[in-house]
Every structure is written in C-alpha cells, then in structure tokens.
Write a protein that binds this ligand. Structure first.
Ligand SMILES: [Fe+2]
Length: 274
C-alpha cells in the first residue's frame, strides 16, 4: 500500500493578485502550482499547505486564496505560518473544527496514515513556539495513533545557518524533539518558512523544509546575512509513504514546477545506451 502526500508551502497570496514585495507574482505561481498538483499521476491522496498561505492574514486575502486553490483536485489541509492569522480557521472551518483547542493543532487521517498538523505560530510575531500545551497535545495525538504518521509545522525546529531566519524559527524546539523521540510510528517532519529544501534530524526523525512555489529565501550562510530572497525554480515536495514487509517507509521527492526539457530515453530499442 502506498500513500502520497504533496506538500505545498509559503504561497504568500496578496489581495487581488498584487505582487509580494514588489517582485513576486505569487498569484501566478500558485495557479501554476495547482496545475502541477492536478497533473501529478498518480494523484496525491492529500495536499498539505505548511503555512504562509497569504501575506497579511485578512479575510479578503483568504477569500482570494480560496478562489485560486478551488481547482485543486486533491483534499487540502492547512496549518498557519507567521504571515497568517486566526482568520485562517474561518477560511478553512473544516480544519478549524478539528483543532484540539485554541492555538493547538489537529489530526487528519488519510487511510492508515495520520497527518499531525501542529500550530507553531505566535500571534503578531514572526518566530514560532513549541509550547508546553502544544507539545502535550502532540504527545497525546501520537499516543492515540497506531499506524504511521507525518508531522507538519510551519517553523523549522532546527537551525539552518541562515541567521535572520534562524532567529525566527520554532523556539524551544528541544521540547518538540523530546516529544517526537519516543513515537515509533512517526516517519518524518515537514516544515515551511525558509522557502527552500533543507533537511535535518529532529528527535531522531528526518525533518525537511519544503521549497516554495514562489520565491526562495536566499542561500546566504554568512554571519549577519541580510534578509533577501531569490526567484529560484518553484517546487513542491511529494512524500511517499509505503508499507513493506519490514513496516512503513517514507521518502520525499522534490518536484519542480514548470516546463523543463524531457523526458529523454536512456536506452535505444535494442537496449543500448543512447
Ligand atoms: Fe513564508
């Protein structure tokens, strides 16, 4: 049995399709991402959007976001990022109704796979927080989960070396790491916030940051690097969870959005390399 969970992150939609930061056509990027997701074969069993759906968190932005995402064929589950607001739960009431309480996450079951959707946001702040209450919710959710699971949160619970983002990552991440460490069914952790593919280990689990379908935070590992972004190839992640004779396994693929040359065959009809 195989399940596919596509992860989209940091779409940063502004009302009416206004460019973000004067340079990023986030509306068009999201439209291309939706078309890319709809063209995946096989189709994902669900799509997770790991925060920063919009830029200012207004009702108008969420309404516009919903109009852009409406053609998406697969079920969509969202968690907030630092650019979102509590209005997200009014825009996505089906997710809001599943929450464990104010400021807490929710759990969704996709067949035998559980998606643990962790709210890491702090109202009015850019950093996140793995608070005691949130980690208690996560511990309970993990304890109540028999099968495999994936954990999603916006703020990475690890350092990336990009200083201006690390200062606003998931604070008190060691509490989250200690919470996930004993959970044998938890396969991986998916994050957003940095807009580029980065991997790490957290509590003995593979953790990864999904790229954005729009702009990428600049890869600048110098001390005191300025807060800048680049327009790199837009992308998503595709998490593949499959049951083997040795149990559940997980891999993640980066899938670039756009028209690239190919496919080209490796072999001729007689089996020789081209
Ligand atoms: Fe973002």
């Amino acid at each position: 049995m195989t399940l596919l969970i596509a992860q989209l992150s940091d779409t940063h939609i502004r009302e009416g399709g206004a460019f973000a930061y004067g340079a990023v056509d986030t509306k068009s990027f999201l439209e291309q991402a939706v078309a890319h997701l709809n063209a995946l074969d096989p189709q994902p069993d669900a799509v997770v959007l790991s925060g920063d759906l919009v830029d200012y968190g207004t009702d108008a932005e969420y309404a516009y976001f919903r109009s852009l995402i409406a053609p998406l064929k697969a079920p969509l589950w969202v968690i907030p990022g630092n650019h979102d607001s509590a209005r997200i739960w009014h825009a996505f009431p089906e997710a809001g109704a599943l929450r464990g309480g104010e400021g807490l996450g929710y759990k969704v079951e996709v067949g035998p796979l559980s998606l643990l959707m962790f709210d890491s946001t702090v109202e009015g702040e850019h950093h996140g927080h793995a608070s005691e209450a949130r980690c208690a919710w996560l511990a309970d959710a993990l304890a109540a989960t028999d099968g495999p699971s994936l954990l999603f949160l916006h703020h990475p619970p690890f350092l990336t070396g990009i200083g201006h983002m690390d200062r606003n990552n998931c604070w008190e991440a060691e509490r989250l790491a200690a919470t996930v460490a004993p959970a044998s069914g938890l396969l991986a952790i998916g994050c957003g916030h940095i807009h580029r593919m980065i991997t790490a280990t957290v509590g003995g689990r593979r953790a990864m940051i999904a790229p954005s379908p729009a702009h990428a935070v600049s890869l600048d590992l110098r001390e005191n690097s300025p807060a800048t972004f680049h327009l790199e190839p837009p992308a998503i992640l595709v998490h593949r969870v499959t049951r083997t004779e040795r149990g559940w396994t997980h891999v993640s693929h980066q899938s670039f959005i756009g028209d690239y040359r190919g496919p080209f065959p490796f072999f001729q009809t007689d089996g020789a390399l081209v």
